[in-house]
Design a protein around this ligand. Structure first.
Ligand code: ACM
Length: 628
């Protein structure tokens, strides 16, 4: 056997240790103090729980599972006594920690997580997992790893109690197992709210026992693959086989699964617009005669500057008493299934062009003294609020519920921007901030030629600038913030993950971390470490932050190209000679003017001497199309 000098061994050991020691906790905690030494998790470890508290024992079991699967070790949870890892519920509350905060102490002798409530123990556990090597994310046992964590003291608590992610399961149906995976992915980064968008024009996804056609008819459509909004309408008698729904047993199982991971579920039934699946099932709920079909992606809405009209009436009729009886049934069952105090009633993007022409709406306006369509919508939302309230729940809706006047107890989700959130808060209403320019994670995230096509873009750097509390707003009225994931263009769960990660990491720091602790450059460093964790977890993520976005302008008849990276230390190389560049090609430093004979611009990026970006190739015609 060849013998290596001892110093080389020492060097490698130190290098290995410093790798595992690099602390990269996302979202950034309130405070982290590094100490000397490391904690090493050993086989047959014990997690002890100080109190006989079901939720705390539940948090311990979650941690046990997260540790035993990848290590292959045996471990146990016990109540009381000592253990390598101790979870302590504080007997006299520490007011500085609130309901979800925690203190984590990692030392060579063991780990102690203390908190007022079990949720804090759970979040302390997530932080502990992030201190362990990336392979702790593996779904099966990995051998040959020293399961060490650097000694550290962490004190932490969230900035907001509402740390949400909206998952649209209507545009494409995602299975119960995928929803559970979505929850697993969220909680690693301390999200605690799943806003479940259960109904829309493309499918009704929740069993309502008293209204069976909602799922018999509304959950299914003809199958179309390819480019969204490009698809053909159903052919006569074409089978409707694409879709799915959750039975009430499925819903109960997911609610319980979420609860065990300290996640609350906010169910959404979107009315009065976005209701094509509803009226496909029950056409009598429309003001229009019908029949209707669940849309499979062919465009049926006309968007113009500042408004939109429906080409097919996708609303329920505000002038029809049967609609309120219908919603009473829906909300009765919803209220029984979901323990959360809120029900989301949608209210966004209602096309009112059909309402304008029907006598029954005109009669309603006369009877109720409603001056315009906004007031008709407001009448509808106020009726819905009474129903929701009668089920012991509170109403939350998208920002359009402000139009024509808000019901007094309504909470508003500000989505087009922050403005309506500010307006609602100024009227004394609670708000959740989900502004599209910062947190719509369905938007493409890098150079558009190498991203799935979407109508708008949103880079992670912009996401990182999200602050749920705009200046001048009473912060106590802002419940928190939320990332939204619409799935028109996402038919697979792998694509869902691609859009979420790493941008949802940026949102997590905006809604958990103290504002003054956020730092883009150190965040990017951490994100790169978390890429290794995503790989170990087999979670898909986007590496779009490594690609420059290419913009062009006219320069005396020539094309001038600007390439904008979003992170420091990105080296951009390019070619215009039809060959594929590497890091010995010309390096981009400032805008370049392409010679008249150029046919393509080809680009690749490196960081620290390693290729990191995707190969980009744009023809002169494509570059000209981008001219500003
Ligand atoms: C929305 O994006 N229509 C709420």
């Amino acid at each position: 056997m060849k013998r290596y000098p001892f110093f080389l061994f020492l060097l490698l050991t130190i290098a290995a240790q410093s790798q595992t020691k690099k602390i990269a906790i996302i979202p950034e905690p309130v405070s982290v103090t590094e100490k000397a030494g490391t904690f090493i998790l050993k086989n047959n470890f014990t997690i002890s729980v100080s109190a006989n508290d079901a939720d705390a024992l539940g948090a311990a079991k979650q941690l046990l599972n997260a540790l035993t699967v990848p290590t292959g070790y045996k471990g146990s949870v016990k109540q009381g006594g000592s253990g390598a890892i101790q979870l302590r519920l504080l007997s006299s509350p520490d007011n500085s920690l609130g309901n979800e905060g925690y203190k984590l102490s990692v030392s060579p002798g063991g780990v102690v997580i203390s908190a007022n409530k079990a949720a804090g123990l759970f979040y302390g556990s997530q932080t502990l997992l992030q201190l362990l090597p990336k392979d702790i994310e593996s779904k099966k046992a990995v051998s040959g790893i020293s399961w060490s964590a650097p000694a550290v003291d962490v004190t932490d608590q969230p900035r907001f109690g509402w740390r949400g992610m909206m998952f649209d399961v209507s545009r494409h149906f995602f299975t119960k197992a995928e929803v559970k995976q979505f929850i697993d992915d969220m909680v690693k980064y301390k999200y605690n709210m799943l806003h479940w968008h259960l109904t829309d024009d493309e499918g009704w996804r929740i069993e309502i026992k008293s209204l069976p056609k909602l799922t018999e008819v509304g959950a299914w459509r003809v199958k179309r693959e390819g480019k969204w909004a490009n698809s053909t309408n159903p052919f006569p008698n074409e089978p409707k086989t694409y879709g799915g729904f959750y039975t009430q047993d499925d819903i109960k199982e997911v609610v319980q699964y979420a609860k065990e991971r300290f996640v609350t579920i906010l169910p959404e039934v979107d009315v009065p617009g976005h209701s094509l699946a509803t009226v496909a099932a029950y056409p009598e709920l429309s003001c229009s005669p019908g029949p209707f079909e669940v849309t499979a992606g062919a465009p049926f809405m006309m968007w113009y500057n500042g408004g939109h009209d429906a080409l097919v009436d996708n609303t329920v009729c505000p002038a029809n008493e049967n609609v309120y009886a219908f919603l009473d049934k829906v909300f009765t069952e919803l209220a029984q299934l979901f323990p959360f105090e809120y029900i989301h009633v949608g209210g966004d993007e209602t096309a009112k062009n059909y309402w304008e022409k029907y006598d029954q709406v005109k009669e309603l306006m006369k009877r109720e003294g409603l001056k315009n369509m906004d007031e008709v919508q407001s009448y509808f939302v106020k009726r819905v609020e009474k129903i929701v309230t009668s089920k012991g729940k509170k109403l939350i809706g998208w920002e359009e519920i402000i139009q024509g006047g808000l019901p007094p107890s309504a909470t508003v989700m500000s989505w087009k921007g922050i403005e309506k959130g500010i307006e609602a808060a100024k009227m004394g209403h609670k708000v959740v901030m989900t502004p599209a320019p910062f947190v719509y994670l369905d938007y493409y995230q890098g150079e558009p030629s190498v991203e799935p096509p979407v109508y708008a873009g949103l880079r992670m750097k912009k996401v990182y600038e999200f602050d749920p509390v705009p200046s001048g707003v009473d912060a106590s009225l802002v419940l928190g913030g939320q990332a939204n994931l619409w799935t028109e263009q996402l038919s697979r769960f792998r694509s869902v993950q691609y859009m979420l990660w790493p941008r949802a990491l940026a949102v997590s720091e905006s809604i958990w971390s103290p504002k003054e602790k956020k730092n883009w450059d150190s965040f990017v460093e951490k994100v790169q470490q978390h890429f290794g964790r995503f790989d170990a977890a087999q979670t898909r993520y986007a590496r779009s932050m490594y690609d420059p976005i290419i913009t062009t302008r006219e320069s005396r008849g020539y094309v001038e190209v600007t390439m904008a990276g979003e992170i420091e230390g990105l080296d951009i190389y390019y070619s215009i000679d039809e060959t594929i560049p590497d890091n010995y090609f010309p390096k981009y430093t400032s805008p370049i003017v392409l010679p008249s004979d150029a046919a393509h611009l080809k680009v690749i990026t490196y960081k620290d001497g390693k290729k990191v970006g995707q190969p980009i190739s744009l023809s002169i015609a494509e570059l000209r199309e981008r001219m500003q």
